[in-house]
Design a protein around this ligand. Sequence first.
Ligand SMILES: NC(=O)c1ccc[n+]([C@@H]2O[C@H](COP(=O)([O-])OP(=O)(O)OC[C@H]3O[C@@H](n4cnc5c(N)ncnc54)[C@H](O)[C@@H]3O)[C@@H](O)[C@H]2O)c1
Ligand SMILES: [Zn+2]
Length: 393
Amino acid sequence: MTVAPEATYRIAVSGPPPYPVYLEEGLALRCGALFAEHGVKRAVLVSNPVVGSLHGAAVRNAIREAGVEVDSLEVPDGEAYKSVSTATHLWESLADLQADRNTTLVALGGGVVGDVVGFAAATYARGIPYVHIPTTVLSMVDSSIGGKVGVDLPQGKNLVGAFYNPLFVVTDPGLLMSLPPRQFSSGMAEVVKAACVASSEFFAALEAREPALGPQDLDQIIAQAIHIKTRVVSEDPFERGPRATLNLGHTLGHALEAARGFHPMLHGEAVSLGMLAALRIARATGVLEEDYEARLTDLLERLRLPTRIQDAGWSRVVAALGVDKKRADGHLRFVLPVKLGQVVVREVSLDTVHEVYEGMLALHAEDEAVEPEDEYEREPEDREPAGEPLDED
Ligand SMILES: NC(=O)c1ccc[n+]([C@@H]2O[C@H](COP(=O)([O-])OP(=O)(O)OC[C@H]3O[C@@H](n4cnc5c(N)ncnc54)[C@H](O)[C@@H]3O)[C@@H](O)[C@H]2O)c1
Ligand SMILES: [Zn+2]
């Protein structure tokens, strides 16, 4: 049996241990061969009620078709459940199912399901194999690459976790057709980020897509973004250096995300604003060699991402930035664009960040260039935990 039909992209992600990402439209529905090829005999499929009801049965059947025994578990939907208690639920359920090291956990869902299931796999029985079948743009291009798994604490996001690579990843852009448009746009911000960090050609390819949010060539776009993250992660698997460049747009982005409180933004929306802010900071500090603000703004707007900040109050943003109050100069480390496809990491004064923040404020309601299409109201308990997020890319 061959691992995958010829049309399937196979992207090797470096270790430890290395693992393949298989990418093809419709692949989740015929992923059984991959499980057989990788020697999986028994699997426990974990999803949430939203993704599970849309795609769970089809994926379960596809895995079963290869003769793999499959049990199913569910975790609740939302960042609030990327928690130790969800991990405990998974550990105990696995024990009830008498799972052992010959059992493979399968995460069917976005970054939340992937992170918590990966963490349960990293820790149950001192580590069992897991497979991620990502179902959001963000999880396809970002969270399923690089082996970071973990859960949040009330004190902060991703505070408990591990570097633990999956056995393999099944990336099927067809699964994105059910994704709410606002989530789709949000994930595309990470795709734009990958282009800004590493490839002007890729940026031009994104600009050339018409419509910008259409399904055409999505497999190639996702493959390109994965290649970029893979390349950066391979150089720096444990995030000691170059991987930090993937945090373009994330320093201010995370702070805006945290400061918005009762009017939550999606992660990619905050990254969209953070990338534009980083570009303006790069200009203000003389780092920027090629000014691509107009092109970036245009692309983000076409992707229905925000380009103007709704004021959350500068003091709240400063608090969320976690500026060290003991340091009089109040400098922050920012990833700054130099030109399309190239960034540097620099210390930036809080005053500069403040000026850029003020300059990006939406002064009138109509200044908010893009209103999210489907207003995504999170439940109160679905708010991000407080505190500085740990090294998220
Ligand atoms: N491990 C890493 O390296 C890494 C990197 C970046 C982000 N993350 C983490 O990823 C998480 C965010 O992931 P996300 O943006 O995928 O969010 P998510 O997993 O919460 O998914 C977003 C929403 O979309 C729904 N959904 C998912 N797939 C769907 C589909 N195909 N159809 C319909 N609805 C669908 C989910 O149920 C959820 O309500 C955060 O916890 C973040 O910390 C991890
Ligand atoms: Zn991100």
